[in-house]
Write a protein that binds this ligand. Sequence first.
Ligand SMILES: C[S@@+](CC[C@H](N)C(=O)[O-])C[C@H]1O[C@@H](n2cnc3c(N)ncnc32)[C@H](O)[C@@H]1O
Length: 287
Amino acid sequence: MSFDSRFRPLARRAYQKWEALPINHKRARRKIVDPYLQPRQRLARDWIGQHTESDNFYYDLTPDNLQELGSLIAAISGASPALIDEYLEEIHTDSHLREHLAHTWAVNPKMRDAKLAYGRRIGWYALVRILKPKMIVETGVHHGVGACVLTSALIRNRVDGSPGRYLGTDIDPGAGVLFTGRYAQEGEIAYGDSITTLSKISTPIDFFINDSDHSAEYESREYETILPLLARSSIILGDNSHTNTKLNDFSRQHGRSYLFFGEVPANHWYPGAGIGVSLSTIPLTLA
Ligand SMILES: C[S@@+](CC[C@H](N)C(=O)[O-])C[C@H]1O[C@@H](n2cnc3c(N)ncnc32)[C@H](O)[C@@H]1O
């Protein structure tokens, strides 16, 4: 027996013992995890030093994620993916909207590093463009990025002969700083608790977005409050659906279809939220 063949098994066993030591086991597994975590940690470190808002993390979606969003909206509406892609592109070419948001942020020192990006809201935009709702209700307005995105879609729908109205609700009397000018002509913001405001609505709602108090219990109450107000054909978007099943539960209880789109933010530490979608029928046509 050669020297090599006698000592190789011994060497292999010794190496395996060394490799199994807790410190080496952890080092090897860290090597697997680091490529996933480190880029995100770098982005988080940059973000911490910036002057942007700290609630909504405005970011773009990755191109692949955008394509997935287009396919989902095509399936919801029965329209061609090519048409939906046009709508997803349309909002990016809306220079008035871009300048309006950029100008309002430019005069706010707390927002001086804020990036103009719509994230999943461009899905809201494309849905409004393709479905042409008559009455949009958005609970939770904050700065009003969502409000401006939604009303810019309403402006184009009106030009196309399908007008609609927007109603935003917010408990903060300072909410909606961006909701001015031509956007404010498309609707209004009702200040106060959402449930109280929703209880007073008498017109049918065909497009509802939940984005106010993000506790699961409050979210559920919003859906129950609007149930009798929903138009025969209607869509509900949940902005909290990545954290709980309330919109899915509501949809199951009331014979509605439910889908979920998960965001993949581009160049941002935030792992992404999503759009819960509850539909009276699929594909959906708002009569
Ligand atoms: C996440 S932000 C909304 C972002 C907005 N939808 C957008 O996309 O740009 C949540 C907002 O809900 C409001 N809010 C929280 N609780 C509320 C309640 N009970 N009734 C109405 N608004 C509420 C907050 O003041 C805050 O402005």
